[in-house]
Write a protein that binds this ligand. Structure first.
Ligand code: GP9
Ligand code: MN
Length: 418
């Protein structure tokens, strides 16, 4: 019956400040084009394979004066993979510890980003050239407030223009433009890429760089498909310019989750020239790129703050100048000075400004040294400095689960007249 709600509301209110950031409203009334980049991890950014740049276009965005790039941004997904990243992005709630919330709680009441934008006069749509019922998207998208879902039946998919999971990214973006041009503005649109998906199959003709050479074909083939996706995104930027949609839009790019699992640690350590992949390294490999591109803003920079997918909803709303005072969510506006300072992983691990906690060990985030062995930290006499954050993380994950399992938003009046 929602008796837990006041306690949860108090908690989420304590996570944020009343003061809006300097960028509040900078993109008011603009279209939002959100690109979910399949399996894109941060370790490929500004990196090379066989002496070749892997992501030349994304690298150029890192240095672009209109782009904010978050170099310490973490995915927070579990078994629901892409769908978990969609859930985090839309709701700033955590996915579930088991299964995919898209399947298990697709009919809950949510107060999601598409629905909120809808109320502000935005048209909202998702584009993804896969079967609409995959991950139960057709049902969940209704619950999240999307006006329309352009699934595989909206695309011309042939043997020639598809590989692996379906339509290749370049024809996907190419064929999407006509739909985008026809939408009422302002719009919020999400594009989910597909080619850079395990097992990273790619036609010879689409391969601009050669695979890596290690005992893992997965890692080896990852690099050419990442490059293909990079090129498809560059092409999309140009198509948006040609279509006259670029100037009035902000473009956001996010890696959805890791592409290279811990099964490939040996090859990964070879590639990264490390003796081994430690639990600390493993957490650092959960970083995925996050870009906010605001044409004409001129103030872009590399942001080093610890951040994650939980932060996307409040960040977008604040950029658009939409107040979130009565909303219930667990992230922060990434441009606010007053943030939580930690990112929770679904299994209770976390990354804070100073520490990384995983497998019960507390590491210095900067050095990667376990705290007990780190002479520079002195406040460890009685308990690990990770303990206090651990408690908050457990608490917070529990509140989020309560909301989902209890379908608690049924009982909330988000208009603020409480
Ligand atoms: C499927 C695509 C990939 O439609 O989003 O899903 P994933 O396996 O990455 O969750
Ligand atoms: Mn995915």
């Amino acid at each position: 019956d929602g008796t837990e709600l006041p306690e949860i509301k108090d908690y989420v209110d304590s996570l944020r400040s009343d003061k809006q950031s300097d960028l509040y409203g900078i993109a008011e009334g603009k279209n939002v084009i959100f690109i979910s980049a399949e399996s894109l991890q941060t370790f490929v950014i500004n990196n090379e394979v066989n002496g070749e740049e892997i992501t030349p276009f994304l690298n150029s965005l890192v240095d672009d004066k209109d782009t904010y790039y978050f170099e310490n941004f973490y995915h927070q997904t579990m078994q629901g993979k892409t769908s978990d990243s969609e859930f985090l992005t839309a709701n700033s709630l955590y996915p579930l510890p088991r299964g995919a919330v898209f399947f298990t709680h697709g009919q809950n009441d949510y107060h999601a980003l598409p629905e909120m934008l809808n109320e502000e006069g935005y048209y909202t749509a998702s584009f993804h050239a896969n079967n609409k019922s995959f991950w139960n998207r057709d049902q969940m998208y209704d619950s999240l407030g999307f006006d329309h879902f352009y699934g595989d039946e909206s695309y011309e998919v042939t043997k020639d223009n598809s590989i692996g999971w379906g339509l290749k990214d370049k024809p996907f973006f190419e064929q999407s433009i006509k739909y985008l041009q026809a939408l009422d503005q302002p719009f919020y649109t999400k594009f989910i890429t597909l080619t850079n998906h395990f097992p990273f199959d790619l036609d010879e003709e689409d391969r601009s760089i050669e695979p890596y050479d290690s005992n893992s074909n997965t890692l080896n083939n990852y690099f050419p498909t990442v490059r293909y996706m990079d090129e498809s995104i560059e092409q999309f930027f140009n198509q948006l310019k040609d279509a006259g949609l670029y100037e009035d839009s902000i473009i956001i790019i996010m890696g959805d989750h890791y592409g290279i699992s811990a099964n490939h640690n040996k090859a990964m350590s070879q590639y990264l020239e490390k003796e081994e992949i430690t639990p600390y390294d493993h957490i650092q490999l959960q970083r995925v790129p996050f870009f906010i591109h605001i044409p004409g803003s001129g103030k872009g920079k590399v942001m080093s703050e610890v951040s994650g997918q939980i932060d996307i909803k409040p960040t977008i709303l604040h950029l658009l100048g939409i107040d979130t005072e009565n909303d219930i969510y667990f992230g922060n506006d990434l441009f606010s000075d007053d943030r939580k300072g930690y990112i929770a992983q679904r299994n209770g691990d976390f990354i804070s400004d100073k520490y990384i906690s995983t497998e019960g060990i507390c590491y210095n985030r900067e050095t990667g040294e376990p705290i007990e062995e780190d002479q520079t930290i002195t406040e460890t006499d009685t308990e690990s400095p990770c303990t206090a954050i651990e408690e908050k993380v457990t608490n917070e994950l529990g509140y989020s689960d309560d909301i989902i399992y209890g379908d608690l938003f049924r009982f909330v009046d988000f208009t603020g007249s409480d």
